[in-house]
Design a protein around this ligand. Structure first.
Ligand SMILES: Nc1nc2c(ncn2[C@@H]2O[C@H](COP(=O)(O)OP(=O)(O)OP(=O)(O)O)[C@@H](O)[C@H]2O)c(=O)[nH]1
Ligand SMILES: [Mg+2]
Length: 362
């Protein structure tokens, strides 16, 4: 109440409420921070895990921007070298320059690769991965969700067809956020509610980054024919078969022949599943969140375009058809693509889009 009165009094005196992200935007427009740092402010506020928060604060102090600045400087050097051969087109100088430039380009490209790799890991850290639990009724999907979450999130019963709505829970495993989606078991059914649930399952499969296909290891033979669902899996998605209920089947738990054997009931094999998920996400190659850039989709696209132009530049320096002027132009375009990340060259509408997602007062 008091706060509202204060605001009212302020407004009566001519003040206005700040727009979303207005303070950060001003810092950016006054060159105190670059765009990647400005985005890191929002990422820090929204961070969904401790690792994400640590990574965002490192971007905020300029770690990501510093790596980009180094790439930009190398790019300018390479371009200067190539342009020099244009000014002095004597035969040997051109040859020498081309060899040196290709060398530099190769180094530059692997440096961009490395930044892109860290940014891709960071994108996972930022947004998490969507994991869908899919399988026939009663195989233990809800039990597995509960076991991973460490609490009873979804209803478990011995009755097939228990889950109808999709149940979602965000779970932190070793700093990686998994949005695990439990779904209705797949089977042919005449029950309308269950059928609607199955439609949701199919939608969840389409959105997933990782599909865990559960099979009851204690039930002999394959389950009855499930409705076709495999074609719903996205092209980028990973698929892992999980054999559940090993406490009943008597099999050992762990990873074998690409299948993960576990018991959602006793918890045996859960650690192997977590380790495998981290591995599949590429997360075990990152020694820690250190050196991972909390990148956004926008950054990944810009880096991919940078990479594309560098590749084109290299093609123009190939011995059979050396065209240094085209190579220099590609390097210039690569620099522009990279500059979009830090906001050296960014259209106003992109800025509007970025800052409008901030909360007011930041
Ligand atoms: N012994 C044993 N029982 C399990 C295990 N996992 C699940 N169950 C039992 O299997 C039954 C079905 O488990 P749910 O987790 O509800 O299975 P669901 O796949 O979600 O089933 P729907 O929601 O009907 O599709 C329950 O009685 C569970 O207690 C396991 O690893 N071992
Ligand atoms: Mg269930």
């Amino acid at each position: 109440m008091l706060l509202a009165r204060c605001l009212e009094a302020g407004r009566a005196l001519g003040a206005r409420l700040a727009e979303p992200g207005e303070f950060t935007r001003r810092a950016f427009l006054n060159d105190r921070i670059d765009l990647a740092q400005a985005e890191a402010v929002a990422d820090l506020i929204d961070a969904s895990s401790e690792a994400a928060a640590r990574s965002a604060s490192r971007s905020l102090v300029g770690e990501f921007s510093g790596a980009l600045a180094q790439l930009a400087a190398q790019m300018i050097e390479a371009r200067a070298l190539i342009e020099a051969t244009l000014d002095f087109p004597e035969e040997d100088l051109e040859q020498l320059g081309t060899i040196d430039a290709r060398d530099r380009l190769a180094r530059l490209r692997s440096a961009v690769d490395e930044v892109l790799r860290r940014a891709q890991l960071g994108a996972v850290l930022r947004d998490g991965l969507r994991v869908a639990l899919v399988g026939a009724p009663n195989v233990g999907k809800s039990s597995l969700l509960n076991a991973l979450a460490g609490q009873d999130v979804a209803i478990v019963t011995a009755h097939p067809g228990t889950t109808r709505d999709r149940v979602e829970r965000s779970i932190d495993i070793g700093g990686l956020i998994l949005n695990v989606i439990d779904t209705a078991g797949l089977r042919a059914t005449s029950d309308e509610v269950e059928r609607l649930g199955i439609d949701r399952t199919l939608a969840a499969v389409g959105e997933a980054d990782i599909v865990l296909e559960l099979i009851d290891a204690s039930a002999p033979g394959e389950p009855d024919a499930l409705p076709a669902w495999q074609h719903r899996i996205g092209s980028h998605a990973l698929r892992l078969i999980v054999m559940n209920k090993v406490d009943l089947s008597g099999q050992a738990h762990g990873l074998r022949d690409g299948r993960l054997y576990l018991s959602a009931k006793t918890g045996a094999g859960l650690d192997s599943l977590r380790a495998e998920l981290l591995h599949r996400a590429g997360w075990d190659q990152a020694p820690s969140d250190e050196g991972v850039y909390l990148a956004r989709e926008r950054h990944l696209h810009a880096l991919a375009r940078t990479q594309h132009h560098l590749q084109a530049a290299d093609a123009h320096l190939q011995a059979t058809a050396v065209q240094p002027e085209l190579a220099a132009e590609e390097l210039r375009l690569a620099g522009l693509a990279l500059g979009e990340i830090t906001g050296q060259v960014t259209a106003d509408d992109v800025l509007g889009e970025i800052f409008s997602r901030f909360c007011i007062g930041k």
